[in-house]
Write a protein that binds this ligand. Structure first.
Ligand SMILES: [Zn+2]
Length: 227
């Protein structure tokens, strides 16, 4: 099931040991998996490349079940986008004068290899006055803090909007194995719209990417905010 992504992601996870167990990991430059990817070969991510409106996943064996899981996870990200992290859950942010209602409603959730929710984030740029306080970055930071390591391989980040260049870069740096996003963002998207940072074969890590999940619902929430 994960064979297409194993070239850049390291060991396949199903049935194997959990990467959360803290097994020794090879240094990036010496990762033996990288040697299997040569120029001219399709990248693991490119195989799954989909454009806006494509019904990705449905044609492959097991794809329907995976899509169901992605939709379930996306509903949780939508909930975070709309309501924000639960108060008192350790997510309180210092206020810079804004309120959660001022922020574009984007929500992100990091799931572990076994599907456990590890951390969530909601866009808090206005709330905190922090230009980097995007939902993905906050969720990644919290997940890394909770796991006690920066490397989030085996994890899936689910976000309601196509990641920007900053967040796509952060997702690559965090070695996230899978990125699932909702609405396409033609103006700033870096997961296939304007750039494709996540599947740039010049980078040494390329997550599996699934875009357009619950696209209509995600787009509707954003439209309602900007109206
Ligand atoms: Zn971003």
């Amino acid at each position: 099931m994960r064979s297409e992504s194993s070239a850049s992601d390291g060991p396949a996870l199903p049935g194997g040991g959990s990467p959360l167990a803290g097994a020794a990991e090879p240094a990036d430059a010496t990762d033996p998996a990288l040697e299997t990817v040569r120029p001219g070969q399709p990248t693991p991510g490119a195989v799954r490349r989909v454009g806006p409106g494509a019904h990705e996943g449905l044609a492959e064996p097991g794809g329907a079940g995976r899509r169901q899981r992605h939709e379930l996870w996306m509903r949780r990200a939508l909930e975070i986008a709309v309501t924000g992290p639960e108060p008192g859950a350790g997510h309180a942010a210092p206020s810079a004068g804004g309120t959660p209602a001022d922020d574009v409603p984007v929500g992100a959730v990091v799931y572990g290899p076994d599907g456990t929710e590890i951390a969530v984030g909601r866009n808090e740029r206005e709330l905190t006055g922090d230009p980097t306080a995007h939902a993905e970055v906050l969720a990644l930071r919290r997940a890394a803090g909770r796991l006690g390591r920066w490397r989030l391989d085996g994890c899936t980040l689910v976000v309601t909007l196509e990641p920007c260049t900053m967040c796509a870069g952060a997702l690559v740096l965090a070695r996230v194995s899978t990125v699932v996003f909702g609405a396409w963002e033609p103006k700033t998207g870096a997961a296939g719209s304007l750039w494709d940072v996540l599947r740039d074969r010049r980078l040494n890590h390329r997550p599996e990417v699934h875009g357009g999940i619950l696209e209509a619902e995600n787009a509707a929430i954003l439209r309602a905010f900007f109206r």
